[in-house]
Design a protein around this ligand. Structure first.
Ligand code: GCO
Ligand code: MN
Ligand code: MN
Length: 391
């Protein structure tokens, strides 16, 4: 069997909006047909995905009646069962309808905020009905061009009130559901509030139900901000807050490209997979590996499945390379922990005595400055593993 073909235990997922993206962009219309949710489920199952995620309106068009909704959901559930796919995550479209042009939870108009909350309550019910365990919040339009339109502190406060309200709803309903907040610095708004995963992590610590809220970082979004995605994800993992992840590829300084996973900056992608898979030690990420990306506009429907297969295959190729890299004795020798039983206990849990002992240490700082670290060799070893020049 091909070791790089996707398996259910890999927990690979795609959004209906990702493989369903028909190639529209701000400069031109679609280049491939719009496929039904049922045929997307069938295609995903065929390429080996484990699950499919959705916005409320990816499945149930905006403005559907209750009867239409129930019919659509029943037919979708049938497709899921027929093809053995699950829905691990759901979310709300709070950005397409013109009513959300000034944001949803942070909009100045209370009627817009009321509509956003009510729409999300319904979308949470839909997600739970489909089996979702994670509910994502991406504040696509929660931002500004005209900065003077509101006090930005008020925006953060409104966001907190909305998330607190919705957490309390989930608790009251007894749903088994956690929230994952997704940051993005800009696009479609000029500046979006809570712009990075780091902003989100602090915001979460101010929430009433902080334990049920984590983050959903996206490669493209942190990269657009010129930041290290790996560091953002690591901080979330260290805090026990990596509830979900949006995998794709992006080049710094561009619009949100949402490219096939691993198609840009392979080294960062390698370090990310290494971190998620825990090959360098530490806990492995156990949640879904979700691809929030879409095929190039040049593709027809077959090209979309090439794209989806590519995301999953590249992830598994990188996981295998990461394992080999971290098992490489030359790599290990360079990064091995240098434990020092005399010094290590002094470095944490302050006491006046420890402070005095630290000050009294007879350290040869010039020798420290001259010590070779061999990171050139280490980085080259990573390149060699990535290029298949070393097993
Ligand atoms: C984007 C976002 C979205 C969200 C999605 C789920 O930049 O468009 O990444 O794709 O992830 O709306 O919340
Ligand atoms: Mn995303
Ligand atoms: Mn994105």
């Amino acid at each position: 069997m091909d070791p790089y073909s996707p398996r259910p235990e890999d927990r690979f997922t795609f959004g209906l909006w990702t493989v369903g993206n028909p190639g529209r962009d701000p400069f031109g219309p679609r280049t491939r047909p719009v496929l039904s949710p049922e045929s997307l489920v069938e295609g995903l199952a065929r390429c080996g995905a484990w699950g499919v995620n959705l916005h409320d309106n990816d499945l149930v068009p905006f403005g559907s009646t209750a009867a239409e909704r129930d019919r659509i959901v029943a037919s979708f559930k049938q497709a899921l069962a027929a093809h053995g796919l699950v829905v691990p995550m759901a979310t709300t479209n709070l950005f397409s309808h013109p009513a959300f042009k000034d944001g949803a939870f942070t909009a100045n108009d209370p009627e817009v905020r009321a509509f956003a909350l009510a729409k999300t309550l319904d979308a949470i019910d839909l997600g739970v009905e489909l089996g979702a365990k994670t509910y994502v919040f991406w504040g696509g339009r929660e931002g500004v061009e005209a900065e003077a339109c509101r006090d930005p502190r008020e925006a953060v406060k409104r966001m907190r009130e909305a998330v607190d309200f919705l957490c309390a709803y989930v608790v009251e309903q007894g749903y088994d559901l956690r929230f994952a907040l997704e940051a993005k610095p800009n696009e479609p708004r000029g500046d979006i509030y809570l712009a990075t995963t780091g902003h989100m992590l602090h915001f979460i610590s101010t929430l009433e139900h902080e334990q049920m809220v984590g983050v959903n970082p996206e490669v493209a979004h942190e990269t657009m901000a010129g930041l290290s995605f790996v560091h953002g994800v690591a901080q979330a993992m260290e805090a026990g807050k990596l509830f979900h992840i949006d995998l794709n590829a992006q080049r710094i300084g561009r619009y949100d490209q949402d490219l096939r996973f691993g198609s840009e900056d392979l080294k960062q992608a390698f370090c990310l997979v290494r971190l998620l898979e825990g090959t360098l030690g530490g806990e492995r990420y156990s949640g879904p590996r979700h691809f929030d990306a879409h095929a190039y506009r040049t593709e027809d429907s077959d090209g979309v499945w090439d794209f989806a297969a590519g995301c999953m295959r590249t992830y598994k190729l990188l996981a295998a390379r990461a394992e080999a890299f971290d098992a490489d004795p030359e790599v290990r020798a360079i990064i091995e922990d240098q434990a020092d039983s005399a010094i290590d206990p002094l470095l944490s849990n302050f006491t006046p005595a420890k402070a005095a002992q630290l000050r009294a240490l007879d350290l040869d700082v010039d020798a420290l400055g001259e010590r070779a670290l061999r990171y050139e060799r280490l980085d080259q070893l990573m390149v060699e593993h990535l290029m298949g020049a070393r097993e």
